[in-house]
Structure formats: structure tokens, C-alpha cells
Design a protein around this ligand. Structure first.
Ligand code: GRF
Length: 214
């Protein structure tokens, strides 16, 4: 049985998809806590409603990044977290934190990395005129929105899309690939070879979800 912590900053819909999958698919895991860096994060109420323990480690109450990351790391170590899932967690983590949790830290990012790291990915995808957009689940390295890719989901950009319609299409596939990739980690099927993730018993095809209109 592995211990999982989920970090959020906002709505927490990815967090909810992870909690549901853990229960419905009977993962060999216990979700020890949902931790938000903002006390007002709406996802906290969502997690409470799902009967998951919630905690706040507020970045605003720490004098800087190092202090916040130290407090967060202390909580995660106290929980005994084997996996730390960044589910819409909107804080850049220090290199020290990332190295401490290397191999245990997983992020979902709303773009087909390495395209569009950082913020406002949907607006930037529309500005760039790409026809294909999506989301990526990856192990975290000290470089922002970078690291061995576990799974990706691709969606089309449709005529008439704005950032909100495109974000909604991407979010729906995020809810599918994040639990899928976490399960591979819980089952110890992931190895990193020369900076790339390999997943035992899972084909390249299964690691790409295409949610196209055609
Ligand atoms: C998701 O698109 C996530 O990838 C991004 O912010 C959004 C958070 O959604 N970083 P939620 O909080 O999981 O609902």
C-alpha cells in the first residue's frame, strides 16, 4: 500500500479524478492528504466532500520559496508520501525540493510538452495557430514543466475555440490520463532510461490518448 499526497491550488478537478480512480479501481494506495498552498482554494471543499483529509500550507505565510518548500517537504515526509501529485499546483518548486522528491513527484501540465511550458497555455496555443493541443503527465525535474513524459492526451483545436472552450476540452482528457499514469507508478512499472520514461507492459499507443472529433 503506497501513500499518496495531492497538491492543489485551485478548483481541484484533477484531484477529484484521482480520488475517484483510486477508489473505483481499488489502487494499492491511500490518499493521505490533499494539501493546498492557498487557504481559499475551492478544491479544499471538494476534497472534504470526498472525505479526504485536507491541509493548508500557505505560501503567503512563509517568507520565501525556500521556507515554503521546507514546510511543504516537512509535511510530506511526516505523511510518509511515496508519491506527490501536482494537480493544478501553481507554485514553482525549488531545485532542492524537486531533488528531494525525485522520482516521487508527478505533474500534469495543460499542453503537449515541450510546447507551451508555463502559464496561459490555451491562449498561447490559439495565438500560435496550432491544430493540436492537449496535456502531459510527467515526472518533475528542476526545469519548469519538464521531465520524463509518462502520458499525453491530444485534442483538436476547433474553429471558434476560445481559451475557455479549449481549456474545457483539455481538462476532460487530463482527468483520464493523470489517473492512468499514476496507476503505472503505483504498480512500479515506470523506469527512466536516459531521461525518458519507459512503462513496462504498456505500449506507446496506450500512453497517448487521442480525443479527436474525427
Ligand atoms: C489544469 O488544467 C491543470 O493542468 C492546470 O490547471 C488546471 C487545474 O485544474 N495546471 P483543476 O484545479 O485540477 O481543476
Amino acid at each position: 500500500m503506497k501513500t499518496v499526497a495531492i497538491l492543489i491550488s485551485g478548483q481541484g478537478s484533477n484531484m477529484a479524478s484521482l480520488v475517484h480512480a483510486c477508489r473505483e479501481e481499488r489502487w494499492p494506495a491511500r490518499i493521505a492528504a490533499v494539501i493546498a498552498n492557498r487557504p481559499q482554494a475551492p478544491g479544499l471543499a471538494l476534497a472534504r466532500g470526498l472525505d479526504v483529509p485536507v491541509e493548508v500550507v500557505s505560501h503567503a505565510e512563509h517568507p520565501g520559496r525556500e521556507a515554503f518548500d521546507a514546510a511543504l517537504a516537512a509535511r510530506l515526509e511526516a505523511l510518509g508520501a511515496d508519491l506527490v501529485l501536482l494537480a493544478g499546483f501553481m507554485r514553482i518548486l525549488t531545485e532542492g525540493f524537486v531533488r528531494r522528491f525525485a522520482g516521487r513527484l508527478v505533474n500534469i501540465h495543460p499542453s503537449l510538452l515541450p510546447a507551451f511550458p508555463g502559464l496561459d497555455t490555451h491562449a498561447r496555443a490559439l495565438d500560435a495557430g496550432v491544430r493540436l493541443h492537449g496535456a502531459t503527465v510527467h515526472l518533475v525535474t528542476p526545469t519548469l514543466d519538464h521531465g520524463p513524459i509518462l502520458a499525453q492526451a491530444a485534442v483538436p483545436v476547433l474553429d471558434g475555440d476560445d481559451a475557455a472552450t479549449l481549456a474545457a476540452r483539455v481538462l476532460a482528457v487530463e482527468h483520464r490520463i493523470f489517473p492512468m499514469a499514476v496507476r503505472w507508478l503505483l504498480e512500479d512499472r515506470v523506469r527512466v532510461v536516459a531521461g525518458r520514461a519507459e512503462v513496462d507492459g504498456v505500449s506507446a499507443d496506450e500512453r497517448l490518448l487521442w480525443a479527436g472529433a474525427r
